[in-house]
Design a protein around this ligand. Sequence first.
Ligand SMILES: [Zn+2]
Length: 269
Amino acid sequence: MPELAEVEITRRQLLHWWQGKSAQDVEVLDDKLLSESSLEHLEALSSTLEDITRRGKYLVLCFEDGLFGVLHLRMTGRIAPSTDAKLKYTRFSVQMRDDFWICFEDSRRLGTLTLTDEDPLTHHPRLKTMGPEPHDIKDGHELKTLLGTTKRRLKDALLDQNIIAGVGNIAISELFFDVGIHPEVRAHEVSLDKLDLLVEAMPPYFDALIDAQPVDVPMEYINQGGDVENPFVVYDHEGEECPKCKSDTIARLTFGGRSTYYCPTCQPV
Ligand SMILES: [Zn+2]
């Protein structure tokens, strides 16, 4: 499932293939993709792509003439190059050369694309209220201030994009394991030392995932099945030996419909 790292990889891939160029042709293959107001700005997709900004899990595509696209990958969205306009799950594609298309693949069809002439960074309702990027939080004290007095689970608070941007369910499993935080701990009960460790662990966690993906190779997600190698330390490793203590096994807890993986020994309550 795409989280901050996968969205940043998508940003870099789109820039690699599309920046400074205009599409020769555009195919919208899913009627549900674009709202009526977006259809009024369809010309954006065939104008020159100048830059792309990422905020949390959103990408803001900046086209010439003040047009913008807001892309959210949701559960299964990803970018794939192709010699044809349509791959198996393509919802829209743009032709960059005679034999080269950039396809937006999305098997669950939950991804969204909004085309607009208003700057989304100041007008989009979700982007306007989004919390800071993990890379911009300087220490545990700042994170504690962002959390405020909430008594929610720390995990649930961190998934709230108005508190911190881009952090998802998989990242939380991996980061909590890294710094030894139990997945059910309440936000107001976490020590400042642990929050310091968490803030310190976030940028290298995301950077390692981003750096591991070649910019010209399409991403695969582990929850899509197939023969995809699990790149995570504890996520989706239930029942396997803990790689840290080697004396316990990775356990799974589910709340809010999401699974969290942890080591009961390394992450005590
Ligand atoms: Zn352990």
